[in-house]
Design a protein around this ligand. Structure first.
Ligand SMILES: *[C@@H]1O[C@H](CO)[C@@H](O)[C@H](O)[C@H]1NC(C)=O
Length: 281
């Protein structure tokens, strides 16, 4: 804000130059222009500082616009100064000669300012493109996080872990009822990734109680998840010797349960156990 105020002040000074009287001493005019140039350089330095601090690019853009106006007003002022040279009398021509170096130095300044302006413009477009690169990488990063590990907010009674919500029931149902309950909640009876950290999280909440999970070989004789995706057998997740499809009367053990040991077993689907639902985002 302070910066923009000084730009406004500078532009006011530049505007005042337009109405200056031809009788004014040329040296003082040149001094004024020099002063303006110093102010402009100070602004330029502030701009560079701002850029290095990675400030919001709209502020930089506003500053650029103000700088651009200030530079063109300054150029006008320099051009307006030139007619004074031709209006001077011969008496003052010697003085003018002395001032020729000033004149050429003004021209050089003008050229320098043009160069500064151009380099400022290209810095700005470079800055713009790095800002947009940065914006898109931040966006892609945050969307990646959301689809992987970003913690989610879960409804009350559900536990958030990575990008999932888990429900560890306190009531017991048979496997079919548990499956249907989860489904009614917009969830699935637990489907597990074969991941040590996920298992550690689960066991932290299950041991020493047994919970139904969304595994069954009831219909196909192949273990599948409730969403009908195939289960890849990893015996290390099962209690020793399980699953054994143990038969009691006519009933085989067709449904997956995390037992009190924290490992899987196949159980009779009609038994009532607690159960785990999961919503994965
Ligand atoms: C689960 O319980 C319901 C309701 O009592 C019953 O209809 C269903 O057959 C049971 N499922 C199993 C697999 O025993």
């Amino acid at each position: 804000m302070k910066l923009l105020m000084s730009v406004v002040v500078l532009m006011y000074v530049v505007a005042a130059e337009d109405v200056m009287s031809p009788t004014l001493d040329i040296i003082s005019e040149i001094k004024k222009i020099k002063t303006m140039e110093e102010k402009l350089n100070a602004l330029y330095d502030e701009f560079r500082e701002l850029r290095s601090k990675n400030e919001v690019h709209t502020e930089v853009k506003n500053l650029m616009n103000s700088l651009s106006s200030a530079v063109s007003a300054l150029n006008d002022a320099v051009l307006n100064t030139n007619p004074f040279f031709s209006q001077l009398t011969s008496r003052t021509r010697n003085k003018l000669k002395q001032n020729d170096c000033w004149k050429s130095s003004i021209q050089t300044d003008q050229q320098n300012k043009q160069r500064d302006f151009e380099s400022l413009s290209s810095s700005l477009s470079a800055l713009k493109s790095s800002v947009s690169d940065l914006t898109s990488s931040v966006a892609s990063l945050s969307s990646k996080q959301q689809t992987s590990d970003a913690p989610v907010t879960c409804k009350s009674g559900w536990i958030s872990y990575k990008s999932s919500c888990f429900f560890f029931s306190s009531n017991a149902l048979n496997w079919t009822e548990a499956r249907d309950y989860c489904k009614a909640q917009g969830a699935l009876l637990l489907k597990i990734q074969d991941d040590d950290r996920e298992w550690a999280f689960l066991n932290h909440h299950t041991i020493p109680t047994s919970y139904w999970v969304g595994l069954t070989d009831q219909t196909t004789d192949q273990w599948r998840w409730v969403d009908d995706t195939p289960y890849t057998m990893n015996k290390e997740r099962w209690n020793p010797g399980q699953p054994d499809d143990w038969k009691l009367g006519e009933e085989r053990e067709d449904c997956g349960v995390i037992t009190n040991t924290g490992k899987l077993n196949d159980g009779h689907c009609y038994i009532k156990f607690r159960f785990i639902c999961r919503v994965q985002f």
